[in-house]
Design a protein around this ligand. Structure first.
Ligand SMILES: [Mg+2]
Length: 430
C-alpha cells in the first residue's frame, strides 16, 4: 500500500471551498522579466528587440523583450528561427544574479503593501489584501501604486500586469487578459462576460486533453464550465479536480496553498515477498523517486535537499538526509544520490539497509526552488534535459501517462504500473 503526504505550509482559512466574493487577491506578473532586467541594467538595450538565450544559433530563447514579442518572437524558439522573424534581434546571455536581485527588490516593494505576499516564481507573486480593506478600500488604486513603486524603487523599465479578483486563480487569469502593463479586475458582475470571451484552454491548467473531455460532455466555454455543478464536473474530469474547477470559477480559494509546499514525500509499505528481494526493493525506490519527479515537475519546483527513511519490523528505523550543491528534479538523479549514499552507509555500517526485515521505505524532497531560477543557474548543462522532461510531461498530459515512459521506467514497468493513480488531491488540482 502506498501513501503519499504533502505538507503545505498551512495558513488557516486560506484554502476553502466556500465562495468568498469579498476577498481581494492581487496577482502580479512581471512582463518579459528577464529581458526587462537586461534593459534596466543596460539602457542601450531599451526599446529594442532583445532576447535572453544561450547565445549560439541553436540556443533556446528563454525570454524575449516586449519589443521582440511584437515580431512574433516567442519563448522556446531557436535563436536562428527568431532572427528570421526579426533580423535586428540582440541576443543576451542570461545573468541569473541580476534577475534574482530584481526579484528580491520587487518582493520587498510588495511587502510594503501587505505582510501576506507569496512569491509564485521568479517573476510572479500573490499579494493578499483581504485583511487590508480598511486601509485600501480601492484595489485598483493600490495596484497602480504597486506598479509605480516597482518602477520608482526597483527599476523604471520594469513593467507588470496585475490581476485583481476574489481568489488566486481568477487573479492570475486576469493578468493574462492584458499584457504588457495590464490591470484587470474580475468580480461578480463581469466574470460571466469575461468567461464567455475565453476558450477553455485559456484557463491556466486546462490543456487540450481536458478540453477534449469537456467539449465531449457539452461544455464548450469557461462560462458553461462555471455554471456546471461540481458533481457533473467531477464526473467529466474523472476526479476531485472537477470539484475544484467549479469552486475556483465561483470565487472560492483553492489555489493559494500550492506554492507553499514545504516538502513532498512518497512512502511504500512492503510485502514479505518484496522485502526478500533486494532488486525489487531498489525498483520500488526508483518508482518512488520517479513519482516525486512527476510532482516536482507539476509544481515547477526543483529540490535542494533529499532524504531517505527505512523502518524495520522490530520498530527501529534508519534515515539520512543529503543537501545538494545543485537543485535537482530528475527522478533518476534523486535515485542515484540515494543509492550512492545507501551503498556507502552499508559499507561503513557493515549491514544491509535493504534487509529482509525492512517494513517501509520512504523518500522526501524539500527546500524547493522555483524552476525558473534553476534553469538559468544550470543553463548550459541542464536546460536541454529539463526542457525534454517538460516536453515528456506535456505529452503525458495530452495522451495519458502510459504512452510515454522514459527508458529507465521501461525496466520498471511493473513497479510503475503499480503506482499509477496514486497521488494526493493537491496534485490533481494543481
Ligand atoms: Mg511574466
Amino acid at each position: 500500500m502506498y501513501s503519499v503526504k504533502d505538507k503545505p505550509n498551512k495558513r488557516k482559512g486560506q484554502n476553502v471551498t466556500s465562495p468568498n466574493k469579498k476577498a481581494v487577491i492581487l496577482f502580479i506578473d512581471m512582463n518579459s522579466f528577464f529581458a526587462s532586467c537586461e534593459q534596466q541594467e543596460n539602457p542601450v538595450l531599451r526599446g529594442k528587440p532583445i532576447v535572453v538565450c544561450g547565445g549560439h544559433a541553436n540556443g533556446v530563447i528563454i525570454a524575449p523583450s516586449i519589443e521582440a514579442k511584437t515580431f512574433g518572437v516567442k519563448t522556446g524558439m531557436r535563436l536562428k528561427e527568431a532572427t528570421l522573424l526579426c533580423p535586428h534581434l540582440f541576443a543576451i546571455t542570461p545573468h541569473s544574479n541580476v534577475y534574482r536581485k530584481y526579484h528580491i527588490g520587487i518582493m520587498n516593494v510588495l511587502r510594503q503593501f501587505s505582510e501576506d505576499v507569496i512569491p509564485k516564481s521568479i517573476d510572479e507573486a500573490v499579494v493578499n489584501l483581504s485583511h487590508y480593506q480598511l486601509l485600501y478600500p480601492d484595489a485598483f488604486k493600490v495596484a497602480r501604486e504597486i506598479k509605480e513603486a516597482i518602477q520608482n524603487q526597483v527599476g523604471e523599465w520594469l513593467q507588470c500586469s496585475i490581476g485583481i479578483a476574489p481568489n488566486t486563480f481568477l487573479a492570475k487569469l486576469a493578468t493574462n487578459l492584458q499584457k504588457p502593463n495590464g490591470l484587470v479586475q474580475i468580480h461578480e458582475n463581469n466574470i460571466d462576460e469575461i468567461l464567455k470571451t475565453l476558450r477553455l484552454t485559456d484557463l491556466p491548467g486546462i490543456a487540450q486533453r481536458t478540453e477534449k473531455k469537456l467539449i465531449q460532455a457539452g461544455i464548450h466555454s469557461p462560462f458553461t464550465m462555471r455554471h456546471t455543478s461540481p458533481e457533473v464536473l467531477k464526473h467529466i474530469m474523472g476526479g476531485v479536480a472537477g470539484y475544484h474547477w467549479h469552486y475556483r470559477l465561483n470565487f472560492a480559494e483553492v489555489d493559494l496553498h500550492s506554492s507553499a509546499y514545504k516538502s513532498m514525500s512518497a512512502v511504500r509499505t512492503l510485502s514479505s515477498l518484496q522485502r526478500n528481494n533486494v532488486k525489487v526493493l531498489y525498483e520500488i525506490l526508483l518508482a518512488l523517486c520517479m513519482k516525486l519527479e512527476s510532482r516536482l515537475v507539476h509544481h515547477h519546483f526543483f529540490a535542494k535537499s533529499i532524504a531517505f527513511q527505512s523502518t524495520y519490523l522490530n520498530q527501529s528505523h534508519w534515515a539520512f538526509h543529503v543537501r545538494l550543491q545543485h537543485p535537482i528534479q530528475d527522478g533518476t538523479d534523486i535515485f542515484k544520490y540515494l543509492k550512492q549514499k545507501i551503498d556507502l552507509s552499508e559499507k561503513s555500517l557493515q549491514r544491509n539497509i535493504f534487509s529482509s526485515d525492512i517494513r517501509t521505505i520512504g523518500v522526501v524532497v524539500n527546500e524547493f526552488i522555483p524552476d525558473t531560477y534553476v534553469q538559468y543557474e544550470l543553463f548550459d548543462q541542464n536546460l536541454k534535459r529539463d526542457q525534454l522532461r517538460k516536453t515528456v510531461y506535456h505529452i503525458k498530459e495530452l495522451f495519458g501517462n502510459h504512452k510515454m515512459i522514459k527508458a529507465v521506467e521501461m525496466r520498471e514497468t511493473e513497479v510503475l504500473h503499480d503506482i499509477i493513480g496514486f497521488g494526493s488531491v493537491k496534485d490533481m488540482i494543481g
